[in-house]
Design a binder for this molecule. Sequence first.
Ligand code: PLP
Length: 436
Amino acid sequence: MRNLVRSFPVISHGEGVWLWDTDGKKYLDGSSGAFVAGLGHGVREVADAVHAQMLRVGYVNGTQFTSEPTEALARRLTADAPAGLDRAFFLASGSEAVEAALKFARQLWVERGEQQRGRVVARIPSYHGNTLYALSISGRPHYKKYYGPMLSEVVTVSSPYPYRSPVDDYDMHGAQWFADELERKLQEVGPDTIGAFIAEPVIGSSAGAAVPPKGYFPAISEVCRKYGILLISDEILCGTARTGSFFASKLYDFEPDILVMGKAIGGGIVPASAVLVKTAHVDEMKRGTGYFMHAQTYMQMPTITAAGVATLDYIEKYKLVENARATGALLHEELRKQILPLPHVGSVQGVGLMAGVEFVADKATKAPFARSRKIVEKVVNTLFEKGLIVWPNVGQANGVDGDLVMLGPPLTIAPDEVHALVAMLRAGILESLEAV
Ligand code: PLP
């Protein structure tokens, strides 16, 4: 949501994990903006590559041409992608990629003569975007508040969310519990009315970097396979090395039918997203209608894809997958040591350079603060004053209450910067929650 009543500092420049505003104030960007500046700020290599591409050719119509960087990015991304995902197309935002992925899945069912497979299963809580269908499938009730008549019906199941799990031993029994829930839901609504199931491997801000229980995705994949449902992995936030694996689906050991990426794939300097699909599915469409009924103006734009190629080069050159793993381990260790014991910190969770810190009124019962107390706003404002940027979320406890902050610093963050981040976070939490 864009706040219309407050004024925003004007940022003048950034470098690495740091940003400076025009008054000279320095901020540690603890969430890479909206998880976009994954390479950090002021990355010359990516800017130079995009500039060079702009001078060669900045735009061609994706319905008429392809281009060298577009082909290169498709080749590079699909080379290491989960099995079978060997075709790619590119758009300019996560919501667009989600919409395109769902339309691709839907068209495939129409091509197969299964018109009745028009529904999607999604999870609560979750987030897949803010355009109307992406919002429909997002498990975030407060985002939908005003838009009911414009949204579509979606079938929902529970998200795995360890801190507020319905299962006693999350890791031991969670996978089976959630797979059974999905199967029951499919039986209830009719599995042959469902075209696709969409999930974030690690849930973004809607559940504060919630990781799935062991074996969750293999178990869910098995249910999807049994009923012929296409599995879509939304790696817009948790992909592009964030978890310490370039593809989050590889970390969680499953092979989606469609995979969407966004945010950091544009190197933090251009809006970019990607949809990876299977050749087998493209071939079905080729044999059928011969086209995918979807196009957008900035589809396959060379400026976007040049940024993507330079981003992959940068990640490889500076070993950022490995850094996300190693520095991420340090971040989680420090959060467990220094943040989890604080009053009102209920949980610290996540993986790699992705973490969520949840605040509760009562640590013993996990009771959330009433939303009217605006706890996370207090925390975020105090941290902002101190020069630490984090990403807030509300509502995850019961759809209304719940306060958490997300951390996702640039993948280039150094150990001393992790210590600085945690020290600022600790001071800010203590200060803002001491009198609540
Ligand atoms: N999917 C996930 C998991 C996201 O976190 C987001 C954005 O936060 C989106 C989709 C939507 O992406 P965008 O805001 O670029 O449209």
